[in-house]
Design a protein around this ligand. Structure first.
Ligand code: FAD
Ligand code: NAP
Length: 338
C-alpha cells in the first residue's frame, strides 16, 4: 500500500481562498491505483471522498468531514500528430497554466484563450472551464475517468461529458467521478478567437497585427494580470457568481432602466454580466472584516487575511439578496461550497 493518510490535515494552503479549515483525513494520489486505494480507505473509514485539484474553485465553510484526496499525478505527451491536427494528453494533477504554455511551445493552438487559469488539468472539464470565448468542451478530445459507483474506467468523449456553461456531468454528479487523464484536440493551424472582451485591443496595444496563438496567450495573460487578483497575494476563487441568463423581455425592461447594461445573446435568452450588476449595486471594493469584493473586478470575492469561509459565504448571500431585490436577477454561486 503506497497511499499515505494523514489525520486532521490543514487545508489552508490547499485552497486559493486561504481559508483555514481541516480535513478529517487527507491523502494524495499520483495514479489510478492510489485513487482506488483512497476509495477503499474512505469506505473503511465510513467517510465520503472529496477530490481536490488546486483548490481554486471551492469555498470551504467548515472542517471537511471526508477523506480529501488531492490529485498529484503529472505528465503530458503528444499522442497523435497528422502534421496539422494533434492530440495531447495530460494527467489530472498537471498544473493547468504550465500545461497550456507547453502546448503553445509545441506550436499547438487551441488553449491560448484559457491561459493563466489556476488549477489542474483534471478539474478543467468539471466546470467546463472557459474564458475569452473558449471553453474546455470546445477543445476536449476525450478523457479517462473512474466511475466511482461501479469502479469502472470510462473513456469519455466531449458529448459524454454533457458540457454546458460552467457546468458538466462531473459537476452535477460530483461524488460519482474521478477524472484521471484528459486529452485535447489541438492544431498547428488554429483558428484564433479574438472577438471576445478586450483581446483585440490588448493585441493592438502590444503592437501585434498578425497574432499567433502565443501572442493571444500573452494578450490574455496581460489582460488577466491587470484586473484579477493573484491568489498567492490575495485569497480568491476567481468569479464567485455565474453570469445570469434572463429572458429577452426582462433584459429589455432592465435596459430601459439601465441603458448601459451589458447584454449578450445566449440562444433564446440574454446573458448579463454579473460583475456589472454587482458593481452597479455599489458592492465593488466593499469590505466586511477580512471578506471583501475585489476593487477592480466585482465578480471576485476576496479574503484579505483571516476571513472564514462562512464570512465569505455570508457576504455572497447579501450580494445575492441585493441583486435579487434591485434587478430581479438570481445570481448562482460558481465554486463548490462545502
Ligand atoms: P478544485 O478547486 O480543486 O476543484 C474544483 C471542483 O472539481 C471540485 O468539485 C473538485 O471535487 C472537482 N475536481 C477537481 N479535480 C478533479 C478530478 N481530477 N476529478 C474529479 N473531480 C475533480 N474558471 C474558469 O472557468 N475560467 C476562468 O477564467 C477562471 N479564472 C480564475 C481566476 C482565478 C484568479 C481563480 C482563483 C480561479 C479561476 N477560475 C476560473 C476557477 C478555477 O481556477 C477553475 O475552475 C479550475 O479549473 C479549478 O481547478 P482546481 O484544480 O483548482 O479545482
Ligand atoms: P470581461 O471581459 O470584463 O467581460 C464581462 C463579461 O462579459 C464576461 O463575464 C463575459 O462572459 C462577457 N463577455 C465579454 N465579451 C463577450 C462576448 N464577445 N460575447 C459574449 N460574452 C462576452 O470579463 P472578465 O471578468 O475580465 O473575464 C474575462 C474572461 O475570463 C471571461 O470569459 C470570464 O468568464 C473569464 N474568467 C472567469 C473566471 C472564473 O472564475 N470563472 C475568473 C476570471 C475570468 P463569460 O464569463 O460568459 O465569458
Amino acid at each position: 500500500m503506497s497511499l499515505q493518510l494523514s489525520q486532521d490535515h490543514s487545508l489552508q494552503h490547499l485552497n486559493t481562498f486561504g481559508v483555514s479549515v481541516k480535513a478529517n483525513w487527507y491523502a494524495e494520489a499520483a495514479d489510478e491505483a492510489e485513487v482506488r486505494e483512497a476509495l477503499a480507505a474512505a469506505s473503511q473509514l465510513q467517510l465520503p471522498l472529496l477530490v481536490l485539484g488546486g483548490g481554486s474553485n471551492l469555498l470551504l465553510t467548515r472542517d471537511v468531514e471526508a477523506l480529501v484526496l488531492r490529485m498529484t499525478g503529472q505528465g503530458r505527451r503528444i499522442v497523435s500528430d497528422d502534421g496539422v491536427q494533434v492530440v495531447v494528453e495530460a494527467e489530472a494533477g498537471e498544473p493547468w497554466h504550465p500545461f497550456v504554455q507547453w502546448t503553445l511551445q509545441q506550436g499547438l493552438g487551441g488553449l491560448e484563450n484559457l491561459s493563466l487559469i489556476p488549477g489542474t488539468v483534471g478539474a478543467a472539464p468539471v466546470q467546463n472551464v472557459g474564458a475569452y470565448g473558449v471553453e474546455t468542451g470546445d477543445v476536449l478530445h476525450s478523457l479517462l475517468a473512474l466511475h466511482r459507483p461501479s469502479g469502472e474506467l470510462r473513456e469519455m468523449t466531449a458529448a459524454d461529458c454533457q458540457f454546458a456553461y460552467r457546468d458538466s456531468l462531473f459537476k452535477r454528479e460530483a461524488r460519482s467521478w474521478v477524472i484521471l487523464r484528459v486529452r485535447f484536440a489541438l492544431s498547428r493551424q488554429p483558428q484564433l478567437k479574438l472577438d471576445y472582451g478586450p483581446v483585440r485591443q490588448q493585441l493592438a496595444s502590444m503592437g501585434v497585427e498578425q497574432p499567433t496563438a502565443q501572442d493571444v496567450s500573452r494578450a490574455v495573460c496581460a489582460t488577466r494580470s491587470e484586473k484579477l487578483p493573484d491568489p498567492a497575494l490575495l485569497g480568491n476563487a476567481g468569479s464567485f457568481f455565474k453570469n445570469p441568463l434572463v429572458s429577452q423581455q426582462q433584459a429589455e425592461a432592465l435596459r430601459q432602466q439601465y441603458p448601459d447594461l451589458v447584454c449578450y445573446p445566449a440562444g433564446e435568452q440574454v446573458k448579463l454580466a454579473a460583475g456589472q450588476l454587482i458593481d452597479k449595486a455599489g458592492w465593488k471594493g466593499h469590505r466586511a472584516g477580512d471578506a471583501g469584493v475585489h476593487a477592480l473586478q466585482a465578480l471576485v470575492l476576496v479574503n484579505y487575511g483571516r476571513a472564514s469561509g462562512s464570512e465569505l459565504l455570508a457576504l455572497a448571500r447579501r450580494i445575492q439578496a441585493d441583486i435579487r431585490e434591485r434587478f430581479g436577477v438570481e445570481l448562482e454561486i460558481e465554486p463548490l461550497v462545502y
